[in-house]
Design a protein around this ligand. Structure first.
Ligand SMILES: *[C@@H]1O[C@H](CO)[C@@H](O)[C@H](O)[C@H]1NC(C)=O
Ligand SMILES: *[C@@H]1O[C@H](CO)[C@@H](O)[C@H](O)[C@H]1NC(C)=O
Ligand SMILES: *[C@@H]1O[C@H](CO)[C@@H](O)[C@H](O)[C@H]1NC(C)=O
Ligand SMILES: *[C@@H]1O[C@H](CO)[C@@H](O)[C@H](O)[C@H]1NC(C)=O
Ligand SMILES: *[C@@H]1O[C@H](CO)[C@@H](O)[C@H](O)[C@H]1NC(C)=O
Length: 444
């Protein structure tokens, strides 16, 4: 009986809203599809689970002498003198942690010290069911680029691979010492070849992962990547690098499902958050971003690839002085889709291109020529986006002629030019609808 009543109520409401506002259909569909997503229950469940973990309260002095489940790097020979490489000690302590037969084991980096580290991998799977990595001190990357001799090693500085039920926390800092890499980037010195630089903190194939209260600075390239991970929570992260440092994205999400990034402050030389192929059910809330290139879906479709990203919510973000606000960027010639994406409650301060879809993205030395195929963009909601634009095109939806964007909803957009500069929009090859007041409104 209760079900029937609910259904009737729902139908009545739907009819009411359909008449009330011609476009509410699109908006409801979009929000509903995301809210009904089972992922949100999963996320809440996981938060409760972690709050009951015993290692939240570990003191900085915890070592093998306190509960045998904690493993302190100092007890495995780490010198922390800032000049000796401590990688071997870290790997020994990790091995002990990971192979511990206890239900939970903790890897501890004590407070107030600096550990120099060459690239290293903390691999799983672990025997311990739950692993906590408590970083209280500072980890500093080697400045010697020859410590990264091959392309494979160059993917990371510190990598966690195939570890389940992992919690990384502690208030410490990872310093990538990226300066030497930036100087040698082809984006800074065009005479040099383009090579990949390491991601400072790389999580690969980790399931049920929580990263919280960690500072990342001056990464060689991307600061933190989730690749092929599932059920991720990342919070209270502070990520900083100079505005000019090349490709130093804050948080990069690739082939990852069910992730919630929240309460993070990110200011770097590239995207604060970038979400790329294979990612689904990604939520970013309470994000402070800038300087940087904004919050991006993509880039997608590079080198004719087929890429998919769907079910993304960016809610409550403040962007200051970034070169883009909320962005979807795809290369010409790709395939696949970017769909069901919500950007809401976004405040921009002096941001260039606050709202932007560009299906002609080209981050290449060689100009990109026009191509027919494109990554399809649809089901995009921009809701309650306010603030100032540093550029003339405050709203730019530049979609491809052959694969137009569709089901784009603009709701309550209120932008003005920084310092009173006039602003416009550019909307090409896009099917959009409006709810509430939109300024600037979409025009071709
Ligand atoms: C790793 O730890 C296990 C168990 O403590 C031990 O038997 C093994 O020798 C260690 N391996 C290395 C490489 O340290
Ligand atoms: C895109 O992501 C999917 C799912 O993770 C993966 O199987 C595929 O290889 C990725 N494609 C490219 C071009 O990287
Ligand atoms: C595209 O492929 C070329 C050649 O393999 C490579 O050098 C380039 O980095 C790729 N571009 C992107 C954006 O992946
Ligand atoms: C706004 O941004 C532009 C460049 O993006 C910069 O030149 C200008 O100083 C900024 N204005 C304010 C008030 O911060
Ligand atoms: C829009 O995209 C087209 C390619 O499809 C490009 O030629 C044009 O410069 C873009 N316009 C703007 C304002 O970015």
């Amino acid at each position: 009986m209760g079900h029937l009543q609910n259904k009737l109520l729902l139908i009545t409401l739907l009819i009411f809203f359909s008449f009330h506002n011609l476009f509410s259909c699109c908006y409801s569909t979009l929000e509903e599809s995301s809210i009904n997503n089972p992922y949100y229950d999963t996320a809440n469940y996981r938060m409760d689970y972690y709050d009951s973990l015993p290692y939240q309260e570990l003191s900085s002095g915890a070592g093998p002498t306190s509960p045998e489940r904690a493993f302190n790097v100092d007890d495995y020979g780490a010198r922390a003198d800032g000049t000796t490489d401590d990688r071997d000690a870290f790997l020994k302590a990790w091995n002990a942690t990971c192979s511990s037969s206890s239900d939970s084991a903790a890897f501890v980096v004590p407070e107030g010290k600096t550990y120099l580290l060459k690239p290293l991998i903390f691999s799983g799977p672990c025997k311990a069911t739950h692993v906590t990595v408590m970083i209280r001190g500072t980890l500093e990357a080697s400045k010697d680029r020859s410590d990264w001799p091959t392309d494979e090693i160059r993917t990371h500085w510190i990598k966690f691979e195939s570890v389940k039920n992992l919690l990384v926390q502690g208030g410490g800092t990872l310093d990538g010492n990226g300066d030497i890499w930036w100087q040698n980037s082809c984006k800074i010195d065009e005479s040099l070849p383009c090579i990949h630089a390491p991601t400072a903190l790389y999580f690969y194939g980790c399931q049920n992962l929580r990263v919280e209260n960690i500072n990342l600075r001056d990464s060689q390239q991307i600061h933190m990547t989730f690749g092929y991970c599932a059920d991720v929570e990342a919070s209270e992260l502070t990520i900083t690098a100079p505005e000019w440092s090349p490709n130093t994205d804050g948080i990069h999400v690739a082939s990852t499902t069910n992730a919630h990034i929240h309460d993070c402050s990110i200011g770097t030389g590239d995207d604060c958050i970038s979400i790329v192929n294979g990612s689904r059910n990604i939520k970013a809330t309470n994000i402070v971003c800038g300087p940087g290139h904004g919050i991006s879906i993509g880039s997608l479709g590079a080198n004719h690839s087929t890429d998919h990203v769907s079910d993304v919510i960016v809610d409550n973000a403040m962007l200051t002085g970034t070169t883009n606000g909320v962005r979807i960027k795809t290369w010409q010639g790709g395939q696949g889709h970017a769909k069901n994406i919500i950007f809401k409650n976004i405040n921009v301060h002096n941001v260039s291109n606050p709202i932007i879809i560009n299906q002609d993205y080209c981050d290449s030395m060689i100009p990109c020529h026009e191509q027919k195929s494109a990554v399809a963009v649809s089901g995009i909601l921009y809701k309650n986006i306010k603030g100032t634009s540093a550029t003339e095109f405050a709203l730019k939806l530049n979609c491809s002629k052959s694969v137009p964007c569709h089901d784009v909803v603009l709701q309550d957009i209120s932008l003005e030019g920084e310092g009173g500069i006039p602003i416009h929009s550019l909307c090409r090859n896009v099917k959009w609808t409006a709810i509430g007041n939109i300024y600037p409104t979409c025009s071709s």
